[in-house]
Design a binder for this molecule. Structure first.
Ligand SMILES: Nc1nc2c(c(=O)[nH]1)N[C@H]1C(S)=C(S)[C@@H](COP(=O)(O)O)O[C@H]1N2
Ligand SMILES: [Mo]
Length: 413
């Protein structure tokens, strides 16, 4: 087919499409016809907007619907979360404006020139550091995911979209100084076993971090995806613990108390512990285990018979994702998906699998396998061990049901 044949075929397609559509849709198809080469669309006939007319850039106005998923009808928003719209994102990085939020006492408005970090307790030299002091330490940048351990709770798997279900996970490039470097400056005493981090928010969020993690890959972070942290993510300074439950990455960090014991704060006693079927509770469940979700096609989307690329994200707090398997027949068979490079340590990994849908109702799902050989469990396998009284650390497989009309829905509901 020559180029002009292709154009004519495309025009016939658009015209047919317009004829088949109703009212407003027909109007927009007609405009698309006018914009199709070789016709010259209106936006080519005059110069575009001025350079720098948006000193801080924003997405196209046609993408105004791509926003955080904020639950409607909450009693109050101070202790609440908003979710990343996973089903509408590509690649592995979350734009800063769409990074999930979880706040226990609202978002403080901190002047970085007034902010201080105190390091005290079992140290040779207690320190009070300004943000300028912190930025003078050698810096590092790493791409890591962050996930809330209540993503989703065990009884909250009734959502419609991928975001409703597991939107409390995001991924960014984080820049800061190794916590080990700053602790070395203060000189930790040999009895030190824990470092208790405290946030400068109204919740004074407090979590105890084992010294081994502090000396391993823990960071004090001031930048995210190249710019300063957003207020929602802990501006001007947060702890970042790669692979650990999000709650421990204390935002708006003001204090590190080096101690021999954990603080046994609210967040590590009444919350962030998991009640087991025998009545005992798991405590200090730090690591986020391997998990994945198909983000396209996913809940509330609609597909037509024919070719589809199934794609989604996988991650593990234990290192790298080794593989992702996808079922398109409700779990009878599983195929290896392709992992998109780069496959990074404790970052989101994107997977893809080509698929031809024949139009019969089915269920699709993904399961992640990490470098330790651990396989993401089904909900039944997980709850057979944990029971249904836990709230945190639900990393079960998420099934999507596809109906005869192509409507995709939550396979749990
Ligand atoms: N100071 C402080 N740190 C905090 C929180 C908080 O409410 N206050 N929320 C925690 C929880 S539960 C999670 S999951 C992550 C969320 O980080 P994000 O809002 O940057 O996504 O921050 C953690 N750090
Ligand atoms: Mo969280």
């Amino acid at each position: 087919m020559s180029d002009s044949d292709t154009i004519n075929a495309r025009r016939r397609f658009l015209v047919r499409g317009a004829a088949a559509a109703v009212g407003a849709v027909a109007g927009s198809a007609a405009r698309a016809e006018e914009a199709t080469p070789p016709a010259i669309p209106d936006w080519m006939k005059v110069p575009g907007a001025d350079t720098g007319s948006q000193p801080y850039g924003t997405p196209s106005r046609f993408e105004a619907g791509l926003i955080r998923n904020v639950p409607k009808g909450l009693k109050q928003y101070t202790s609440a979360s908003s979710r990343t719209p996973l089903q509408d994102l590509d690649g592995i990085l979350t734009p800063n404006g769409l990074f999930y939020e979880r706040h226990h006492g609202g978002i403080p408005d901190i002047d970085p020139t007034q902010h201080r970090l105190m390091i005290h307790g079992l140290v040779e030299r207690p320190l009070v550091l300004t943000m300028e002091d912190i930025r003078r330490f050698p810096s590092e940048s790493h791409i890591y995911f962050l996930e809330c351990s209540g993503n989703p709770g065990f009884e909250a798997i009734k959502g419609k979209t991928a975001s409703d279900l597991v939107g409390l996970v995001s991924c960014a490039e984080w820049t800061g100084v190794r916590l080990a470097t700053v602790l070395r400056e203060a000189g930790m005493k040999s009895e030190a076993k824990w470092v208790v981090a405290e946030g400068a928010d109204a919740a004074a969020m407090t979590r105890s971090i084992p010294v081994a993690k502090c000396l391993d890959d823990a960071l004090l972070v001031y930048s995210q995806n190249g710019e300063r942290l957003r207020p929602q993510q802990g501006y001007p300074l947060r702890v970042f613990l790669p692979g650990f439950e999000g709650n421990m990455s204390v935002k708006w960090l003001r204090r590190l108390n080096v101690s021999a014991e954990p603080a046994y704060s609210r967040e590590e006693t009444s919350k962030y512990t998991d009640l087991m079927p025998d009545g005992t509770a798991r405590q200090f469940t730090f690591v986020m285990e391997a998990k994945s979700i198909v983000t396209r096609p996913s809940g509330t989307q609609r597909i037509t018979p024919g070719f589809h690329e199934i794609t989604g994200i996988a991650w593990t707090g234990r290192g790298q994702i080794r593989g992702v398997q996808v079922t398109t027949d409700g779990g009878k068979t599983w195929q290896d998906a392709a992992l998109q490079e780069p496959v990074l340590n404790r970052a989101l990994t994107r997977f893809r699998l080509p698929w031809r849908w024949d139009g019969t109702p089915t269920t699709i799902a993904s399961r992640a396998i990490d470098e330790t050989g651990y396989v993401q469990p089904s909900f039944d396998a997980l709850t057979a061990v944990r029971g249904l009284k836990s709230f945190y650390h639900n990393n079960a497989v998420v099934p999507w049901r596809i109906a005869a009309d192509g409507e995709v829905a939550n396979g749990y509901a």
